[in-house]
Ligand binder design. Structure first.
Ligand code: TNX
Length: 514
C-alpha cells in the first residue's frame, strides 16, 4: 500500500512540473545507432495525420500508434493511406519491402517537418512505434487528455535486434491468471520489443487449458492452485484470444505442457496415466520432482499426442515446449527414451520442440531448442547437445529468473538461485555465458516468472519491473551499447512512465529515479 500511495504522489508531482524533454538516446532497449539533431525537434500538432502503406499488417500498426497517442493527446490522429494527399507534418509508417533492416528492424527519422518510420516488415514498424512512444513526454501514458507540448527529439535511429528470441515465461499453473491479466503482460512485452510469450500451462498444482479429448484435465486438473488459491483454466476461445492479441503485437505464444514430471494435476484427472494407476490427491504445495506420467504405458503417448495436437491446432507459432525439468523419479534411460518419443510427436505435428535443458541427453531432432536455466557457466551435457545441433535460449537462474527476490527484504519470491537486483539481471552476456557453446548457437534470452509466491497482477508487475527491461535489452541491443552507467539512467527515466501507466514496480535503490 505504501508503494501505491507514493506512486500517486509522484504522478501528481509530475503533472505540476513541466515534463523534462526526452533525449533521442533515452530508449530501452538501446537502439543500434542514434544520431540526434537538436535543431530538428518535431512538435505533434492537433491536426496531424498518420499515413501508412496499404498493407493490412502495416495498417494495423498505424492503428496501434493512433491508439497509443489519442487518449493522452486528445487529438483525432486519423489514419490514412500513403496515396491520399494530406498536409505536411504528420507521422508516416512506410513498409519499404527493404530486406536490409531484417525481420524486425526499423529506421526512425524525426525532423521539424514530420516523422517517418521505415521498415521491411510490419514487425519492424511495430518496434519503431514503441521507440516513438518512449520519445514522447511520460504524460503520453495517461488514459485521459492532458495539455502538453508533444515534442519528439530530432534525429535518426537505426535499429534491429541482436537475437531473434526475446521472451518472457509466465507460470499460470502455480497460480492462475485470467485472460485480462495475460493481455496486460503482453502489453508490457510489446513495450520492450520482446517477441515471445512462453506460457507454462501445466504443473503439479493445476492444468490450465481445455483439451476436448481429455476434458477432465481442465475441469478436474484445473480446480486448484498453490495454497488453495482459486484455480481456473483457459477455454479454447480464451487461449485463442491470448494468441491473437499477442500476434497483433508481433509476439509469438509458446505453449508449454510440462512432461513427464510436474504432472500431478493431470494424474488427479486421469489416474490411468499414473505409474500405479491410482489418483494422487490434488497438490497445493510448492515441492517439485515427485510426479510423472508413466513412460511405460502406451496410453501416455495417446495423451501426449492428443494434448499437443489440440494445442498445436490453436497455436500459429512454430514451437511447442515439452518441459522436461525435474523428472527426478524417472530413471535416466527411460527419461531419454520418453523425451525422444515426445520429440517425434512434436515433429509429426510439424512443429519445433523446445524443452528445459534437462532434455539435452536425448537424441537430436532438427531445430531442437534447449532452454538453459542453470546457475553456473559450466554445463558439459548441454554443450554436447549443442555440438549435436541443438540451439539455446538462455534463462540463467541467477540472472534471468524473475521469481528471485531483488534483496533479502523483498516480500515475495525465492532465493535458491540467489538475489537478483537490476544490475545482476543486466550484467551478463548471452553470447559467452556458457563454456563450450559458440555464440551462433544462442537464439536469445528468456526471463521466466514462476508464480508459487506471486498471486496478483500487481505482484507480477512488481517482479517484472524494472528487471524485465534489463533482459529485454540483453536480447535486443548490440553488445557495443552495453553499459550499466548508461542503462541505469535510461531505465530510471522510465519510472514516471510506469507511474503514469499504473504499472506496479520495485523502486530499486540502485537506480537514480527522477
Ligand atoms: C525450478 S526452473 C523449476 C520450477 C520452479 C522454479 C522456482 C524449472 C525449469 N523448474 O518448477 O517453479 O524452480 O524458482
Amino acid at each position: 500500500a505504501g508503494e501505491l500511495a507514493s506512486a500517486a504522489e509522484r504522478e501528481a508531482a509530475a503533472l505540476l512540473a513541466p515534463p523534462a524533454p526526452v533525449r533521442l538516446g533515452e530508449v530501452v532497449p538501446a537502439p543500434e545507432r542514434v544520431e540526434p539533431d537538436a535543431a530538428a525537434d518535431y512538435l505533434l500538432a492537433a491536426d496531424a495525420v498518420i499515413r501508412v502503406s496499404a498493407d493490412p499488417a502495416a495498417v494495423a500498426v498505424a492503428g496501434h500508434l493512433a491508439a497509443l497517442l489519442r487518449p493522452a493527446t486528445g487529438y483525432p490522429l486519423p489514419v490514412t493511406d500513403t496515396a491520399t494527399p494530406v498536409p505536411a507534418g504528420g507521422i508516416a509508417l512506410d513498409l519499404t519491402g527493404d530486406a536490409a533492416l531484417g525481420a524486425e528492424g526499423y529506421r526512425l527519422d524525426i525532423t521539424t517537418d514530420g516523422v517517418r518510420i521505415a521498415a521491411g516488415t510490419a514487425a519492424g514498424l511495430f518496434h519503431g512505434v514503441q521507440t516513438l512512444r518512449q520519445l514522447l513526454p511520460a504524460a503520453v501514458e495517461r488514459s485521459t487528455p492532458v495539455a502538453a507540448r508533444w515534442v519528439l527529439p530530432g534525429g535518426s535511429i537505426l535499429d534491429r535486434p541482436r537475437y531473434p528470441h526475446r521472451g518472457v515465461m509466465l507460470d499460470v499453473a502455480r497460480h492462475f491468471f485470467g485472460v485480462t491479466d495475460v493481455l496486460r503482460v503482453i502489453d508490457h512485452l510489446a513495450r520492450y520489443k520482446l517477441n515471445r510469450l512462453h506460457l507454462h500451462l501445466t504443473d503439479d498444482q493445476g492444468w490450465r487449458i481445455a483439451i476436448d479429448s481429455w476434458p477432465r484435465l481442465a475441469t478436474v486438473g484445473g480446480a486448484g492452485a498453490v495454497g488453495d488459491a482459486p484455480g481456473g483454466y483457459y477455454s479454447r476461445a480464451d487461449y485463442q484470444r491470448i494468441v491473437a492479441y499477442a500476434a497483433d503485437r508481433h509476439i509469438t505464444v509458446i505453449p508449454e505442457v510440462d512432461l513427464p514430471g510436474h504432472t500431478n494435476a493431470a494424474l488427479v484427472a486421469y489416474p490411468e496415466l499414473a505409474p500405479d494407476r491410482v489418483a494422487p490427491p490434488p497438490y497445493a504445495g510448492t515441492e517439485v520432482g515427485f510426479s510423472y506420467v508413466d513412460p511405460a504405458n502406451e496410453r501416455t503417448y495417446d495423451f501426449v499426442t492428443d494434448v499437443l495436437g489440440e494445442i498445436a491446432a490453436l497455436t500459429p507459432g512454430r514451437w511447442l515446449h515439452i518441459g522436461g525439468d525435474e523428472a527426478f523419479k524417472v530413471p535416466a534411460e527411460v527419461y531419454a527414451g520418453f523425451v525422444e518419443r515426445v520429440q517425434r510427436i512434436v515433429a509429426e505435428l510439424d512443429r519445433d520442440v523446445i524443452g528445459w535443458h534437462q532434455i539435452a541427453p536425448a537424441a537430436h531432432v532438427d531445430r531442437r531448442v534447449l532452454q538453459w536455466w542453470g546457475t553456473t557457466g559450466e554445463d558439459p551435457v548441454t554443450a554436447e547437445a549443442v555440438r549435436r545441433g541443438a540451439r539455446l535460449v538462455l534463462s540463467p537462474g541467477n540472472h534471468a529468473y524473475l521469481d528471485m527476490k531483488y534483496a533479502p527484504d523483498t516480500p515475495i519470491g525465492h532465493d535458491w538461485a540467489g538475489l537478483i537486483d537490476v544490475r545482476r539481471a543486466y550484467d551478463w552476456d548471452p553470447a559467452s555465458h556458457l563454456t563450450g557453446v559458440p555464440a551462433e548457437a544462442v537464439l536469445g534470452v528468456e526471463a521466466p516468472l514462476w508464480t508459487e509466491s506471486v498471486t496478483t497482477l500487481a505482484e507480477i508487475e512488481f517482479m517484472l519491473f524494472p528487471r524485465l527491461p534489463a533482459i529485454a535489452e540483453l536480447g535486443w541491443s548490440p553488445r557495443s551499447t552495453h553499459g550499466w552507467v548508461s542503462f541505469r539512467e535510461r531505465l530510471a527515466g522510465h519510472g514516471p512512465r510506469w507511474d503514469t501507466a499504473g504499472i506496479a514496480y520495485h523502486r530499486s535503490p540502485e537506480l537514480p529515479w527522477p
